[in-house]
Unconditional design. Structure first.
Length: 90
């Protein structure tokens, strides 16, 4: 999670996906900050990681990504919301 604090850090997408694989809910806040990243690949990775972590605390931000310009981001956000049981609650 410390590596995500560096805005110029490399492999951000891979770090997010790795945190999702670990599944520790303590990482959810750090992962969620990347839902607003400039790069669509990073936004999609953050949504996918949150889906795997299984937290619904970021439902509002994920819901906003359902209208993202990039299809991959929209799909990842929708999947995360569906897994968290928060689809349509916001």
């Amino acid at each position: 999670m410390k590596a995500l604090e560096d805005p110029s850090g490399v492999a951000r997408r891979e770090l997010l996906l790795a945190l999702g694989e670990i599944g520790d809910s303590r990482a959810a806040e750090a992962v969620a900050r990347n839902l607003y990243h400039d790069q669509p690949e990073v936004r999609a990775a953050a949504a996918t990681a949150l889906q795997r972590i299984g937290t619904s605390a970021q439902a509002e931000a994920l819901d906003a990504l359902k209208s993202d310009y990039y299809r991959r981001v929209r799909e990842a956000a929708s999947a995360a919301l569906a897994k968290g049981g928060t689809e349509g609650t916001r």
